[in-house]
Design a protein around this ligand. Structure first.
Ligand code: NDP
Length: 319
């Protein structure tokens, strides 16, 4: 429906104070969107839009005329999995080039950390030991990347620029792939075939019905012995018990985990004290506030002008 008056929207999150984080910045686009806290809304039927991150199960229920929900992040899993999300609303996400660079920075750090065996250098330094640490040549250290979207592609390019062979998995075959140095695999076997070649495997998949618990004992068994896992997708991609099993039996030598099925990671969780595991607090990358505001406003403007929606995800695919 074409309209020139601003759309009325609501902030919906069970974990983040969205108004405190974004309220000031959204004032700059008040000609297209006016956002409110749920308790500020007198007539819920006026609400056509929601800005959301990890909504409570019943978050969407009060709003009978909701038409669009925007995630403040690249992922939309917490929104799509919310039981009160109406079946027909448009869901959009953030696709931030700077976030992709930040993700590449994190991934490059991790790959170099493990390739150069930095933990051993720190132990040696602590013990005043002057010793070279063995490593594979860069051209023998294959990086596997699960997911070749906005983030996976930038990560892959950064690693290729350092000389690492890169194999990446996506769903849909690209007709004429033009990615020098990257072997691109697609289809239902792409995840397993990527893992099978990876000395270090970076997970950058969206969380969907197909990818839930994809990081399991079967996948680890397919990887070269002693490989490393970098888990920066979503916590529910990983079967935690299978990771410990693979570390115990030497199939994996180490793992870095940035995302967890329960966040914040409980302080008594065994991952914290496991020297084979590096824990970071879901901080591999984030979308900038100005990009969120700009892209959400663009989506709302498209919607009010009856245009195709930029950044809308495909609900049937789940990402
Ligand atoms: P995109 O939607 O741009 O890309 C997703 C990629 O995954 C696509 O290449 C897609 O294939 C591929 N894919 C999806 N399902 C499958 C499957 N079943 N088998 C093989 N490949 C599959 O996502 P982004 O790159 O923007 O983000 C990826 C994820 O990164 C987010 O969903 C989130 O989980 C995580 N993330 C983590 C953050 C952190 O701080 N730790 C921050 C931001 C995001 P195709 O190309 O064929 O569609």
């Amino acid at each position: 429906m074409i309209s020139s008056t601003p759309i009325k929207g609501v902030y919906l999150s069970s974990t983040v104070d969205l108004k405190a984080r974004f309220g000031k910045a959204f004032e700059s686009v008040s000609d297209v969107l006016n956002l409110h806290e749920p308790q500020e809304i007198a007539d819920p039927s006026e609400i056509r839009f929601a800005l959301s991150w990890k909504p409570a199960d019943d978050a969407f229920a009060p709003y009978p005329n909701l038409e669009m929900v925007s995630s403040i992040a690249a992922g939309v899993d917490s929104i799509l999995n919310c039981p009160s999300l109406p079946v027909d609303v448009i869901v959009t996400r953030i696709c931030d080039p700077d976030q992709a660079y930040m993700m590449a920075e994190f991934a490059v750090w991790q790959v170099i950390w493990y390739h150069r065996n930095m933990r051993q250098y720190l132990i040696n330094e602590n013990n005043h030991v002057w010793r070279w640490v063995d490593r594979l040549s860069i051209s023998d250290y294959t990086v596997g990347i699960l997911g070749f979207g906005n983030l996976g592609r930038t990560v892959a390019r950064a690693l290729v620029s350092l000389g690492f062979p890169v194999v990446a998995a996506c769903r849909t075959a690209i007709k004429k792939p033009d990615y020098t140095g990257i072997t691109l695999l697609s289809g239902t076997t792409s995840i397993r075939n990527t893992a099978a070649r990876a000395n270090i495997l970076i997970n950058l998949l969206p969380l969907t019905a197909e990818t839930q618990f994809v990081l399991d004992a079967n996948l680890f068994a397919a990887m070269p012995r002693g490989s490393v896992l970098i888990q920066i997708g979503r916590g529910e991609h990983l079967k935690e018990a299978d990771l410990i099993g693979a570390l115990d039996n030497g199939q994996l030598s180490a793992a870095s985990l940035d995302v967890f099925s329960s966040e914040p990671l409980p302080s008594d969780h065994p991952f914290w004290d496991d020297l084979r595991i590096m824990v970071t607090p879901h901080d591999a990358s984030e979308s900038g506030i100005s990009v969120v505001v700009e892209q959400v406003a663009a989506c709302v403007a498209d919607f009010t002008q009856g245009k195709a929606h930029r950044f809308a995800i495909d609900r049937s695919r789940g990402y």
